[in-house]
Design a protein around this ligand. Sequence first.
Ligand SMILES: *Cc1c(COP(=O)(O)O)cnc(C)c1O
Length: 385
Amino acid sequence: MQYSETLKKLPTYLFLKIEQKKKELLKKGIDIIDFGVGDPDLPTPKNIICAMGKAVEKPQNHRYPLGTGTPAFKEAIAQWYRKRFSVSLNPEKEILVLLGSKEGLGHLPLAFLNKGDLVLIPEPAYPVYRAGTILAGGIPYFLPLKAENNFLPDLKSISRKVAKRAKLLFLNYPNNPTASVASKEFFEKAVDFSRNNDIVVLHDAAYSEIYYEEKPLSFLQIEGAKGIGIEFGSLSKTYNMTGWRIGWACGSAEVLEGLARVKGNIDSGTFLAIQEAGVEALNGPQEATKEIRRTYEERRDILFSGLKKGGWELNKPSATFYLWARVPAGYTSEKMASILLEKSGILATPGSGFGPSGEGYLRFSLTIDKERIKEAIERLKKIKL
Ligand SMILES: *Cc1c(COP(=O)(O)O)cnc(C)c1O
């Protein structure tokens, strides 16, 4: 059997070496403190589970969902956008329900790319932007995210020639893996750049509700944004619902129409019961989300000060549940990740796995209990570098 040339261009698994090492150590009975995966460890809030329990009992929810999402869930998203961002959306045309935001991010390029078209993709980044581009026959054009630019892409550095050939621009703030947050000025520049070059902006806002000091902006709050792009939202991180597979895209009706046509041909919508539970998530009490933020904040403070005292160089993130730390001089990301794993059973993700500009960094995910984080700091103190 021969796999397609396209499939061969996709990475099999970014963190293969580290995962293999983890398996070996686990087999030997080593206790591993895993800062690797970006998947919340806490359960989905009770009120959402109750709503799901009721929704799943209803036979009318057992059939194909079809369409672009239920009116009730889309209305809940529109209300939430109005309340949280003062952005008004037409639920019928400007909101599209997804099987998790990753699904939409991955499929969107199929609606816009012809073979050989360029897609502007920041790196380091969540891998689906690149994968979706390649699957649609496009060519990724990477925009390095650097500390000196606050991990924002330098749009001025893109040549006219490249800009003219590019169809899409992916953005993601608050950012995974760098934990950086975008300013209003940056989003305004992105709108101008895209309008001037006829490029569609795809803003991934999966971490918009995982914030501490300041609430992140929506890309759609920028004047003109709705005319040139869409924003991807998700219940996954906000409500600990990564396994449920529900998200949405909102913004430009024309962009969404393209994505809806792709989806109409390959999936049949999001389980109606999950959409009903989604209404409860957005409209119900938000205490659980506040508690989730408090939990990550406490973990962040413990890990941040522990790493800082240990001589690591890093910024205190104001959003996301990641810490993006520079590895000590003289080591690569992978080398450092291996040392931590072998000497102390601490697993952190090598930044180079998210793209070449991630070299020299490690990503620590705050999705583990604070007692384990304290234990990790004690173990780190004992390593001699
Ligand atoms: C977790 C995450 C998502 C959310 O994906 P879902 O498919 O909605 O679960 C999207 N983008 C980034 C950058 C993420 O880290």
